[in-house]
Design a protein around this ligand. Structure first.
Ligand code: MN
Length: 249
């Protein structure tokens, strides 16, 4: 099983979350929200073959953390993955859009200069702007749009631009979420939890809960769960092959 977007460092007790994930053999992309969090978050993955850490600067705090961009640049050489990055155009974050854009542009410039990365990307109420920025910055690597909530035109554009998608149990609970997933290419979908933010029935999800996404995809696609799990695994292998990386097993 694969949890391609999880904030391991934001759980109260990351060690026990990691222990449970390791027991179940879950592959985790551990994302960060600030460059300052990178060293500590990467330390959580020490000795864990199935955890990779991504270097990020979350759009919702971009305006407070712009000063960490130079640290982002310094750390990028050692980061195989980038995220969480992106834009958030929802009402409470819209006032900070100029800072969000400055930060995203600068990150994409650095990533492009560094040869591109697999990026886990937030695009809530800003899908079109995120796609536009990625186009502007040339070869930035492979964007995986996490918990995509854009409209059907934006989704069609994302598919056309060869974006990937990561989808989780919470997204699969809603009719709108399921409608979007049906329109995504199955060979470019990964599973995620977005824990501890991603919740079901008021409880934070963790990597071992990603099986709930597999079950929901199984119902949506009318495909047995083991075939869904195998497809997601194949997808990840192909994503890494395209990016010139290997799957830690
Ligand atoms: Mn997230």
């Amino acid at each position: 099983m694969i949890d391609f977007h999880c904030h391991l460092d934001l759980y109260k007790d990351p060690a026990s979350v990691i222990k449970r994930a390791a027991l179940e053999g879950v592959y985790v992309l551990s994302v960060t929200t600030t460059p300052k969090a990178w060293p500590g978050t990467r330390r959580l993955a020490e000795g864990q073959k199935r955890i990779q850490t991504a270097l990020g600067l979350h759009p919702q705090i971009a305006h407070e953390r712009e000063s960490e961009l130079s640290l982002f640049d310094m750390l990028l050489a050692e980061a195989k993955y980038v995220g969480e990055i992106g834009l958030d155009g929802s009402p409470e974050h819209l006032p900070f859009m100029p800072a969000q854009l400055r930060v995203l542009k600068r990150i994409l410039q650095s990533v492009s200069r560094a040869g591109g990365r697999i990026m886990t990307v937030h695009s809530r109420h800003a899908a079109k702007a995120v796609l536009e920025e990625m186009k502007l910055h040339g070869d930035v690597g492979i964007p995986v749009l996490h918990w995509f909530s854009g409209n059907s035109d934006e989704l069609a554009l994302a598919v056309q631009r060869e974006c990937w998608f990561s989808v989780g149990p919470a997204m699969l609970k809603s009719k709108a979420g399921k409608d979007r997933i049906i329109s995504m290419p199955r060979n470019r979908i990964l599973t995620e939890t977005d824990g501890p933010f991603g919740q079901i029935s008021g409880k934070s999800l963790e990597p071992i809960d990603v099986g709930q996404a597999v079950s929901a995809l199984s119902a949506l696609w009318l495909m047995p769960p083991d075939e869904v799990a195998a497809l997601i695994q194949e997808n990840l292998k192909r994503l890494l092959a395209e990016a010139g990386q290997e799957l830690g097993t």
